[in-house]
Design a protein around this ligand. Structure first.
Ligand code: SAM
Ligand code: SF4
Length: 361
């Protein structure tokens, strides 16, 4: 029997201690082990960064210039990513989101999607993109089996877009959104980071878009993960402030009860029933207590939180003859060490060294 015939399984022994075992088809325990942290949170959602490179330069994420990217040989290959995900499924991972950097700058990304959709146990693969290259790739991604796409667009005004991204790619993003629609992605989901003094006047146009087209818009509070470490609390356009503006324009927003207890967004419907809008209030209303996500960086480090100060290496195991059981143990160790939540709102908060583009948002 070869390693591919074996499965990793973790279970609790009679003393309540988690044990990891390599099982073959004759010993396999049908009970699926789970990545549960010391606060009881079950992790089934892995965010996989495929690159730290990007074709734009959002100020809240990347430096304006002279970015030092990871050497390509340090990035996990598609086969390595596939192996980590496959091992993750034996521990309860059933959802994967591809991200970056900009995932569409990684060559042949649809091939990775094709590889991941085939993994038994994976029920959902999503992708977060800035949309610049979607015009070229939306159909291929759809054909590869991608069902869910989030497009990040912070402004509907090209000038504001340019201020945020420090690039002139607005038209390409709009073209990309249309290509995504044409390829059958529906509804189109847009994520907009909201920044005080910069994007307030975009709120109503985004709401109009959500009300007039098949588009779900989610506003995200600006988090301290920018490469320049210039985040300031007073730059965060709070979800409550956005709601206030929307209610002034459109009347009372009606909260929509989520069917997913782990969803980071609070969704609202407009009083007249036209359109829906979401708030990801990571700063003002942290949702850490229901977090089910962990992350694999492009160079193969597991991170149990965006704001984590520690990482667990898996590339060394992947490239150094580590067994599936070793990699599963690394995942379990990473989750076991997860803290209760981020400390953005505490006086001794320290911004992590790695900015968003290098972690994988
Ligand atoms: N490049 C892709 C994109 O922009 O969609 C994927 C990676 S990006 C890091 C993932 C998400 O993180 C995007 O929606 C982006 O707007 C968001 N993001 C980046 N930096 C952020 C910050 N400091 N605060 C809040 N959201 C941030
Ligand atoms: Fe690139 Fe996405 Fe970061 Fe913007 S948020 S700089 S698009 S990785």
């Amino acid at each position: 029997m070869g390693p591919s015939d074996s499965k990793i399984a973790a279970h609790y022994n009679a003393s309540g201690v988690r044990e990891i075992r390599l099982m073959n088809s004759s010993t396999a325990n049908p009970a699926l082990p789970q990545l549960i942290d010391s606060f009881g949170r079950v992790h089934n959602n892995l965010r996989v960064s495929v690159t730290d490179r990007c074709n734009i330069r959002c100020f809240y994420c990347m430096p304006a210039d002279n970015v030092e990217f990871m050497p390509k040989h340090e990035l996990l290959s598609f086969e390595e990513i596939e192996r980590v995900v496959r091992i993750g499924t034996t521990l309860g991972i059933d959802r994967v989101r591809l991200t970056g950097g900009e995932p569409l700058v990684r060559r042949d990304l649809p091939k990775l999607v094709e590889q991941l959709v085939k993994i038994p146990g994976i029920v959902d693969i999503g992708l977060t993109t800035n949309g610049v290259l979607l015009g070229e790739q939306a159909q291929q991604l759809r054909d590869a089996g991608l069902k869910r796409l989030n497009i990040s667009l912070d402004a509907l005004d090209p000038e504001v877009f340019k201020k945020v991204t420090r690039r002139d790619s607005y038209d390409k993003v709009i073209e990309g959104i249309q290509a995504a629609r044409d390829a059958g992605f529906s509804p189109i989901k847009l994520n907009a980071v909201s920044v005080k003094g910069l994007t307030e006047d975009q709120i109503i146009p985004f709401a109009d878009l959500a009300r007039e087209t098949d588009t779900e818009v989610r506003f995200i509070e600006f988090m301290p993960l920018d490469a320049d470490s210039k985040w300031q609390r007073d730059k965060v356009l709070l979800a409550s402030e956005i709601i206030e503006r929307l209610e002034t324009a459109f009347g009372t927003l009606v909260p929509v009860k989520s069917t997913n207890p782990n969803a980071p967004a609070n969704n609202y419907e407009f009083a007249d029933g036209r359109g829906r809008i979401g708030m990801i209030a990571s700063v003002s209303q942290p949702f850490c207590s229901t977090c089910n996500r962990f992350r694999l960086t492009a160079e193969g480090k597991l991170r149990n939180c965006l704001f984590s100060m520690e990482e667990t290496d898996v590339r060394g195991l992947l490239r150094g003859n580590g067994s599936d059981a070793d990699i599963a143990a690394a995942m379990l160790a990473s989750i076991a060490a997860k803290k209760s939540g981020h400390q953005i709102n505490s006086a001794d908060f320290i911004q992590p060294d790695r900015p968003m583009y290098s972690i994988g948002g």
